[in-house]
Write a protein that binds this ligand. Sequence first.
Ligand code: ZN
Length: 122
Amino acid sequence: MIYPCLMTDELDLEHFRGRLLARRDELQALQSMSSGSRDAVELDQTSVGRVSRIDAIQQQQMALASQRQREEELVRIDAALQRIEDGSYGECLICEEPIAIKRLEFDPAIATCVTCAAQRSR
Ligand SMILES: [Zn+2]
């Protein structure tokens, strides 16, 4: 495996890999917990009144929304782990410039530099 030395010299890949793996474990644990509570909501709907049913549906939608967010984050984490494997971790996916280490420390799964992220969200 060839690492472009300019990139990897500055980045402690093992540190970021560790953080990504820890975060992935955390998200997967949350995922399995929330799938349990989703079942509970479905059971409740048969026995409770209309208002609490609406409540339950709203709760379920919120749970689904946060589940989707977690799934998206898991996808980003897997992609970042893949980039560590292929040696492109820390490069911006759009312009291929190095991503600031501070930015990676803040979110190790981040895939774009500040400039590209700003342009995208515009
Ligand atoms: Zn960029």
